[in-house]
Design a protein around this ligand. Sequence first.
Ligand code: COA
Length: 141
Amino acid sequence: MKKVNEKISEETNLDDFEVISRNLIQGKDLNPFGNVFGGQMLSWLDESSYIYLVTKTGYSNFVTVNMNDVNFHAPAKLGDVITFYGKIIRTGKSSATVRNRAFVHEVGSDLKKEIINCTITFVALKNGKSFPFFTKKDRKK
Ligand SMILES: CC(C)(COP(=O)(O)OP(=O)(O)OC[C@H]1O[C@@H](n2cnc3c(N)ncnc32)[C@H](O)[C@@H]1OP(=O)(O)O)[C@@H](O)C(=O)NCCC(=O)NCCS
């Protein structure tokens, strides 16, 4: 029962998340059976989370080191507009983790359907090596 309640609360609560990008599903994104390629969704998530982190921190030399807890909940279809939401859930010394959720919003209503969620960790680099960006006191955030 607790698990069900947790799931409902996760489904309805986007308060802490920010919209980080939107994409239109086009023919080039589909497999031969009409569903979006999972790898395409992951590529959009990776890119939008990177841009979000760069915007939040003012630093740009980040690489993706881990994609975790990836859940494909529902297929996206041709013509769907996907909205990507993100929030930074953890920072370490050089690493930061972004939680992502992507929804299809029904045009003209508040209804939305969750397509995918996952967690992505990025590492700040300097001269090709990890760099403790998040321990700097004067950083933007
Ligand atoms: C990112 C990279 C430089 C880290 O190298 P490393 O030797 O593990 O570096 P460190 O041991 O100094 O760890 C750096 C940070 O990464 C974190 N980290 C390393 N591997 C991780 C993993 N698989 N998942 C989550 N965090 C990880 C460490 O916990 C550490 O975090 P902290 O500084 O906040 O405490 C190296 O793994 C790399 O170059 N990977 C390829 C990245 C890339 O090219 N991505 C693009 C897609 S191919």
